[in-house]
Write a protein of this length. Structure first.
Lengths: 178, 250
């Protein structure tokens, strides 16, 4: 996703200026995404060029922006469109495990366990933050943490499944060798 | 620090000779007051064996298991029963609440079995039910409670009488993730107040509530996880301006 939908979503609530957009964006995304102010201004200029936002009082010092009709239409279409992954995962972990499985002379269970420990340690860190958060005041932060937690949990479940599959695949070979 | 649970080279095997099956190889582990420990591992890795030893449901084949200052291996069946009634509380996935008793009566039961007067047992049960937020539902029967409420009754029953060591075997098994989280918050609160909890789970998100996660495989502890530093969130910290309904840019 690009920053522009974030800014459009904020401007759909009320007209405002660049610096406020930066701080509101960071709060809304649970502190997970820091914007630099230059990026906010360039994005606003592009949005203005494309007719998606407009200056409230052109030519004055304080540049408040507001969303246009075209901007609202684009934003609604964005919210209404599901996010679909582009293709099979090519992240480093998946590839590392696939290569370890294929290599034969590597202890895959050990590779999986090292990753599992690291993932669980990450989960513990997220969970500590969750335990300290206020369920009412920190809603955006908690929703963001849930996203991190469930993704990491899925990673651990995948590691568990890998290990179970490898054990299962190794069993007939071991029995045949007897 | 007070060590509430300690395993010194504790083992458990079944059968002998050709048919011998080792469920737990020599294991050292200690859990302090205030600590929540989670045990993870595939089926058959020895998780439940370890929990049964600490819970006084089983005795080690060799080595020592010290629970609340008592050597589990040296206790006779009666001594084990006393350990389970006074020192260690157990929470299972299937809750084993008695359907014919109210929440309050279920929680009071371990004290009554321990010979305490009914009035005293009920007063203690009411206090523990209050601590898990169930005062208003104390008169209900298990069938009239939600899954999460039933699990809270089971936790109250495990804690009643001031038992400091709480053992939980997949306590969040049948619960949705937010209800499961509320169960984990209770276990966490018990430990923050100086108790000890040992949790067996296959769910990493629930294990992550623990101070320490040990991984078992084939009857051995193979690794241990402690919280990573951070995480660092680079943006502004969340503040009171973040609201569900959207209060507009600050």
């Amino acid at each position: 996703m690009s920053v522009r939908f974030g800014l459009l979503a904020l401007l759909a609530e009320a007209p405002t200026h660049g610096y406020q957009l930066k701080t509101a964006f960071e709060r809304r995304t649970g502190g997970s995404w820091a914007l630099n102010i230059g990026q906010v201004y360039t994005t606003l200029q592009r949005l203005e060029r494309d007719g998606l936002v407009e200056a409230v009082r052109p030519g004055t010092d304080r540049r408040d922006y507001r969303i246009t009709g075209a901007g609202r239409t684009l934003l609604e279409a964005w919210f209404g469109t599901p996010v679909v992954p582009e293709g099979p995962s090519r992240d480093e972990l998946t590839i590392k495990v696939l290569l370890a499985v294929a290599a034969g002379d590597i202890d895959v269970t050990e590779v999986l366990q090292r990753q599992r420990t690291a993932s669980v340690e990450q989960l513990q860190a997220y969970t500590r933050r969750k335990a300290q958060a206020d369920p009412e005041k920190d809603l955006a932060f908690l929703v963001m943490l849930d996203a991190l937690i469930f993704r990491t949990e899925a990673e651990v479940r995948w590691l568990d499944a890998c290990e179970a599959r490898i054990r299962h695949a190794a069993r007939p070979a071991r029995e045949a060798a007897r | 620090m007070t060590t509430l649970v300690q395993l010194d080279g504790a083992t458990r095997w079944f059968g002998s000779g050709h048919t011998e099956v080792v469920a737990l190889h020599p294991t050292n582990l200690s859990v302090e007051a205030g600590e929540l420990l989670a045990i993870m591992g595939p089926s058959g890795s020895g998780k439940t064996t370890l929990l049964s030893l600490v819970g006084g449901l089983d005795r080690p084949s060799s080595g020592r298991v010290i629970v609340g200052g008592r050597d589990v291996g040296a206790l006779d069946p009666r001594g084990l029963a006393v350990l389970r009634r006074r020192t260690v509380g157990y929470v299972f996935q299937d809750l084993n609440l008695l359907a014919g008793l109210t929440a309050l009566e279920n929680v009071a039961l371990p004290l009554e079995l321990d010979g305490r007067p009914a009035a005293e047992a009920r007063a203690a049960a009411a206090a523990v039910l209050a601590s898990v937020g169930l005062t208003e539902l104390a008169g209900r029967f298990p069938d009239d409670l939600s899954g999460g409420e039933q699990q809270r009754v089971a936790i109250a029953r495990a804690l009643v009488g001031g038992r400091r060591i709480l053992l939980a075997d997949e306590p969040t098994g049948a619960l949705d993730s937010i209800t499961g989280e509320s169960v984990m918050r209770l276990l966490r609160a018990h430990c923050n107040e100086g108790g000890t909890g040992i949790l067996v789970t296959h769910d990493a998100a629930h294990a992550a509530w623990a101070d320490r996660v040990v991984f078992l495989r084939d009857g051995r502890i193979v690794d241990e996880a402690r919280p990573a530093p951070g995480p660092e969130f680079t943006g502004s910290p969340p503040g009171p301006a973040v609201r569900a309904s959207g209060s507009g840019p600050a």
